[in-house]
Design a protein around this ligand. Structure first.
Ligand SMILES: [Zn+2]
Length: 305
């Protein structure tokens, strides 16, 4: 069974301010690196479809979805927070990004794919139930978890290794213990929301600026391995942000390509042990184009293994 690579060229039409780090060039860099590689049939491309409104479920209220749609400009851009804005293609891109995550869950739960990676933008993990922020409009990985639950999964686990805390995902599932959220992140750092909560199903791994691979790996083994055992998920979801890379211009952590290979393999191994290998991953951050492309290939290497 193949691993799906789900994307859509319309995700590249969402453009924010000039020189914004969350740019269409990110997806183009990933596509070029993936195409340059011979995957020997292990990777299957799938075009993303827009999310069906019914799939917003308990993640985003209908009036939030409607209010974002109402903001979309006919031309130019409209800001929704200090560093997030919409152009006339943004809502379609966001609906495709969320739809990709749902397609990934459907394929993996149907058994038509082993695993899936969604190469999409805008990213999602900062979007709270009713607040767009931090380059994010819809919380793609939270919508994936919602889909899995709607399809009969009893427990889902989300692992987020983006350099920024996944505040939106934590906020959305704060009172829903069937979804465990494990997030490693630079601390203190943006966005400074929901990064000090104390719940059994919220596993926070704050890392000081300057943390490198060895300390990252030790912290992940300490926090995530027992959490996986405890939660025993039916599906593993990954918020795959690559901005903790030492070359990234936004983050202050010092991970390298091999650290992404390592953490991805750890999650694949956990999926094999806990849930017949079922794992769906969605792109979050990563703003150094070459480091992003190399790290994504390292991530995919683990997913296809
Ligand atoms: Zn980030």
């Amino acid at each position: 069974m193949p691993v799906l690579f789900i994307s859509h060229t319309d995700c590249e039409k969402h453009v924010m301010l000039d020189h914004h780090p969350e740019s269409p060039a990110r997806l183009r860099a990933i596509e070029a690196a993936v195409q340059a590689r011979d995957w020997d049939g292990s990777l299957a491309l799938m075009e993303a479809c827009e999310i069906d409104d019914r799939c917003f479920g308990q993640v985003h209220p209908a009036d939030y979805v409607a209010s974002l749609s109402a903001l979309e400009p006919g031309e130019g851009i409209v800001r929704v927070d200090a560093d997030t804005s919409l152009n006339r293609h943004s809502l379609r891109a966001a609906r495709l990004a969320a739809g990709a995550a749902i397609q990934g869950v459907d394929a993996v739960m149907d058994g038509s794919a082993r695993r899936a990676f969604c190469a999409v933008r805008p990213p999602g993990h900062h979007a709270e139930s009713a607040i767009p922020m931090g380059f994010c409009l819809f919380n793609n990985i939270a919508l994936a978890a919602e889909r899995a639950l709607a399809r009969g999964a009893e427990r889902v686990a989300i692992f987020d290794f983006d350099v920024h805390h996944g505040n939106g995902t934590v906020e959305i599932f704060l009172e829903r213990p069937e979804v465990m959220v494990c997030s490693s992140f630079q601390y203190p750092f943006y966005p400074g929301r929901f990064d000090e909560v104390h719940e059994d199903h919220i596993v926070l791994t704050p890392l000081a600026a300057g943390t490198a691979g060895a300390a990252f790996r030790a912290a992940i083994e300490r926090d995530w391995l027992p959490a996986i055992e405890r939660h025993s998920p039916d599906l593993i979801l990954v918020s795959a942000g690559f901005d903790a890379h030492r070359e990234d211009p936004l983050g202050g952590l010092l991970l390298e390509d091999d650290d992404y290979r390592w953490v991805s393999q750890l999650l694949v191994d956990a999926a094999e042990q806990q849930c017949n290998g079922r794992l769906v991953s969605a792109l979050e951050g990563g703003y150094h184009l070459e480091a992003l492309a190399r790290s994504t290939v390292a991530h995919l290497d683990a997913l296809v293994a």
